[in-house]
Write a protein that binds this ligand. Structure first.
Ligand SMILES: *[C@@H]1O[C@H](CO)[C@@H](O)[C@H](O)[C@H]1NC(C)=O
Length: 247
């Protein structure tokens, strides 16, 4: 007896894959499977009684400083220390829904609780729950997504307060994907040195010192795409914009 699958004409299978691709362009079947598998259900809470969106997390665990959320991102959230991984999810975007309301938020800070817990600013909480006065609910659903910022918005390298050629310490801001790796070149791209997230606060550091006042910085997203930011000034608090964001 032939299997059911062998009885379906090939043309019908081809048609089925074409129509599902049309629903979600730009993703492969493998990516769609991963996206479905990565949907989380957990506790949603509100933190920071009086703070306004950006004030709630400036200088928080993601080391974002004087940074404002990009156009297209509705709010922000802390993720759990269980999935913190030295801040590897910082700047990543999450699509979160509750009772039919769905918004896109950026990871800007860290909280306690289990791995599925999202702890949000009051403004974000209010958007997600349509102004609920209570500060916690069970049963939010969420998944990581690419940040929906405009294609023209580049990522930027933010040197940490106190950074210099003697202490390279940098955070990636405004990236449309999460950042996995950073490399630094003092010779305009001929050779690269790997910087690593040391400590807890989403900061890439380099062993040793540099002998130039500006470098190129290459960052790699969690899906393996690269952006090179040229002429990054190694001075305290300096922000250098790239010309691009992750593909
Ligand atoms: C970050 O999140 C924690 C935990 O919710 C919160 O206590 C803190 O105020 C937040 N902001 C900063 C800047 O750390």
């Amino acid at each position: 007896m032939p299997s059911l699958r062998s009885m379906i004409p090939l043309s019908a299978l081809a048609l089925a894959s074409v129509s599902s691709a049309a629903v979600l362009p730009d993703t492969t079947a493998d990516e769609r499977y991963l996206v479905r598998r990565a949907l989380n259900t957990g506790m949603g809470t509100r933190y920071g009684d009086d703070c306004t969106e950006e004030d709630c997390w400036q200088g928080g665990a993601c080391s974002f400083v004087d940074y404002t959320l990009p156009e297209g991102v509705d709010g922000s959230t802390c993720v759990s220390e269980d999935i913190w991984n030295q801040g590897a999810n910082c700047g990543g975007c999450i699509s979160v829904s509750y009772k039919g309301k769905k918004i896109t938020v950026m990871v800007t800070n860290m909280t306690g609780g289990d791995k599925n817990h999202l702890d949000m600013t009051p403004d974000t909480w209010s958007k997600l729950t349509n102004g609920m006065s209570g500060g916690g609910v069970d049963g939010i659903e969420w998944e990581f997504v690419q940040c929906p910022m405009p294609k023209t918005a580049p990522l930027q390298i933010h040197m940490h307060g106190g950074a210099s050629k003697y202490w390279f310490a940098a955070t990636v801001e405004n990236a449309n994907r999460r950042t996995d790796a950073m490399q630094v070149s003092a010779d305009q791209g001929s050779t690269w040195k790997k910087a690593t997230r040391t400590g807890k606060y989403n900061m890439f550091e380099l062993d040793g010192t540099l002998d130039t006042d500006s470098v190129w910085v290459k960052v790699t997203s969690h899906v393996g795409t690269d952006v090179v930011v040229k002429d990054v000034q190694l001075s305290s608090g300096k922000v250098t914009k790239g010309s691009d964001n992750y593909a």
